[in-house]
Design a protein. Structure first.
Length: 282
């Protein structure tokens, strides 16, 4: 009697090109730390009584459990496809198909969403922060915005079709820059201190720091703590921190056990640590 098969077909025959660093880069880059930090500001704006540090602590055991389970799934079923493979083998092929289609639409939309965020928010914000507000205004002009969005999307598509080894080198460069930025931002805030931050804010903002505080006070706002707001802040931060991108390329990872552990669990907890250190400084 033949043994039952877990997979419908044999392996694709693709050469395993990605190592532990690539796996780490997939997950850390997929977390999109800049967008995640923006969620902290959104939490402050809408959930006024939230304590972000407590929210992050409440999120940590959920994250750890998720990363451990996905690491184990990736090691036991090292096939490219991630959630599609796990859901279709463990639950039902139809559920796996639905999960796969959701991911397909997500990945189709991502280049458009993040390219426009880069052009209309991140770049203008950087230019305004260094005192180049007039230059930042150029990015709100539709032809400029459309051209740069299209260029970023074209580059993103090129990354998908170039040889894997070249892609790995390009990813190493970008993720290295992301890691550097993630370390430099809290380091710069610590170096500036509160007084330095206020001085830098006043130098670049048409409204002074104290005026912002006074306006909030005159509008009736007083700082307070709310457990409900703190609990509601957990899903928002979890939305960006709960990722398992190395599982999507499990069939192309060398030394799967090590790569999955470093990529899924290591990068995920490292990103949470950056959030936890940066939140009180902000």
């Amino acid at each position: 009697m033949s043994e039952p098969k877990v997979f419908v077909r044999d392996a694709t025959g693709l050469v395993r090109e990605f190592g532990s660093w690539d796996s780490f880069a997939f997950n850390f880059g997929g977390i999109v730390t800049v967008v995640g930090l923006s969620v902290l500001f959104a939490s402050f704006n809408t959930l006024l009584g939230a304590n972000v540090l407590i929210s992050l602590l409440l999120l940590l055991p959920i994250l750890a459990a998720y990363f451990i389970v996905d690491t184990q799934l990736g090691i036991s079923m090292p096939r490219s496809g991630g959630d599609y493979v796990y859901a279709s083998r463990i639950l039902h092929p139809a559920i796996g198909l639905m999960a796969s289609w959701m991911l397909v639409f997500l990945l189709i939309l991502n280049p458009a969403i993040f390219s426009d965020l880069t052009v209309t928010s991140y770049i203008p914000g950087l230019l305004s922060a260094v005192g180049m507000s007039s230059q930042a205004a150029v990015f709100s002009v539709f032809p400029v915005r459309f051209t740069l969005d299209s260029l970023i999307i074209a580059v993103s598509i090129a990354f998908v079709i170039i040889p894997v080894r070249l892609y790995s080198k390009v990813q190493t460069l970008f993720v290295g820059l992301a890691l550097l930025g993630s370390i430099l931002v809290p380091a710069a805030l610590l170096w500036l201190g509160h007084d330095g931050f206020v001085a830098a804010f006043n130098a670049r903002s048409p409204i002074s720091y104290n005026q912002v505080i006074q306006q909030a006070s005159s509008s009736g706002f007083t700082p307070y703590f709310s457990w409900s707001d703190t609990m509601l802040a957990v899903p928002g931060m979890g939305f960006f921190l709960i990722t398992n991108w190395p599982c999507a390329v499990g069939g192309e990872l060398k030394n799967v056990k090590k790569s999955m552990t470093v990529g899924v669990l290591g990068a995920g907890i490292f990103a949470w640590l950056i959030f936890f250190i940066t939140a009180p400084i902000l």
